[in-house]
Write a protein that binds this ligand. Structure first.
Ligand SMILES: O=C(O)CCCC[C@@H]1SC[C@@H]2NC(=O)N[C@@H]21
Length: 255
């Protein structure tokens, strides 16, 4: 992939770097956060130690996926960044839709295609030396399906052959343009500007779900979308609750 082509085609004010191989683009940008002077996109052709949410790893084979991180500085209190992964999901969905691929969003961080995971988002933050917060927004997107990936991670995943046939620099530039626009909007208006769009893209509205923490069920209820802070609304036996954290799982049987 070509950094100059991505930078030019995106028309975003973001410095783009492409490396052949690294451990984790998130780890790399976090390590440099104290010296960054503006937004940076770091794309890796291959990651050897990709990080996922909740201490999980993100596995990808060279050429089968897009792996990249975008460092973006916010002058907002940390709690106002709670909706950021959801706003990023909306930006990815918009860019993919423009590329002819319709996706849905699973709270809080996943992009689904036909019910299986196409992309995941991992946001890690660090205080900026002069004030504010650097958010390192890491995204892994499956383009082609390696034969044994599902077996290795124990669940179904989606790929997008249509995207795999696209010019990679064009695809990366489209994703960067959409992300930069969304992050600018988030910086100005917060997640409230995204909640209606997120709810239209919600994968499981009205479905019975469980909220899991490390596999243990914390709550059960009917998923009712998100509020203006990005919290999941869950209608349970004792009324509506708002969920701040956890993994959402579709309930396949009644208890
Ligand atoms: O679904 C998840 O658990 C989030 C996965 C995020 C993976 C991406 S790949 C690029 C960036 N670098 C990392 O180490 N992780 C993120």
């Amino acid at each position: 992939m070509n950094a100059a082509a991505i930078e030019q085609r995106s028309r975003a004010q973001v410095a783009v770097e492409v490396v052949g191989q690294t451990g984790s683009t998130n780890a790399d940008l976090l390590a440099r956060a104290s010296t960054l002077e503006g937004p940076v996109l770091l794309v890796a052709e291959h990651q050897t130690a990709g990080r996922g949410r909740a201490g999980r790893s993100w596995l990808s084979a060279p050429g089968d996926s897009l792996t990249f991180s975008l460092a973006w500085k916010f002058d907002l209190p940390l709690q106002q960044l709670a909706g950021l992964p959801l706003a990023v999901g909306v930006a990815l969905a918009d860019a993919l839709s423009a590329c002819g691929v319709q996706v849905q969003l699973k709270w809080p961080n996943d992009v689904l295609k036909d019910g299986s995971k196409l992309a995941g988002v991992l946001i890690e933050t660090q205080a900026a030396p002069g004030g504010g917060i650097w958010a390192v927004i890491g995204i892994g997107m499956n383009l082609r399906m390696p034969d044994d990936l599902e077996e290795r991670i124990g669940r179904t995943v989606a790929a997008a052959p249509w995207l795999a046939r696209m010019d990679r620099d064009d695809l990366m530039a489209a994703l960067l343009a959409s992300l930069a626009a969304a992050l600018g909007e988030f910086r100005q208006a917060g997640f409230g500007a995204f909640s209606a769009r997120w709810n239209r893209l919600h994968a499981w509205p009205g479905r019975r779900v469980s909220i899991l923490d490390n596999g243990a069920v914390l709550h059960d209820g009917i998923a009712a979308g998100v509020d203006d802070s990005g919290r999941l609304l869950l209608d349970g036996a004792e009324g509506r609750i708002t969920v701040l954290a956890g993994d959402v799982s579709l309930r396949t049987r009644e208890h």
